[in-house]
Design a protein. Sequence first.
Length: 148
Amino acid sequence: MMKHTPSDPQFEPKVRKSFQNQPMMKTFEATLTKVEPGGVEIVLPYRSQLTQQHGFLHAGAVATCLDNACGYAALSLAPSGKEVLTVEYKVNFLSPAKGTQLIARGHVTKAGKNLSVCHANAYINNNNQEKLVATMLATIIAVDKHKY
């Protein structure tokens, strides 16, 4: 992972507070397990309520975790008073996701003044073995906190 220097010394509490305030992540029972400058980790427990008809985690749940991993990685480098929104993303699903938990790790590839390019990988944990199941490339925009 690239080394980044956050512009906001309070980046970690800012990221954690935003994550705690997100209803979707509460619905998924996901947790933010790691916050570093330019990188985060989100863990989603496998639950049948989040699966598709074959018992795999639904692609929408996987993509949501990847999107959040990219967004919160970008937020960790955003200046104070800024929030982030996803501009676009592309996701590749590489393998069905069935195991005990999904781990999404997001990183900032290039942080810009307004736009950041981020990437995230999702791994399924099964018997303490991680298997790559999806990857995402995303563009994230920093916006003034009170503008939207």
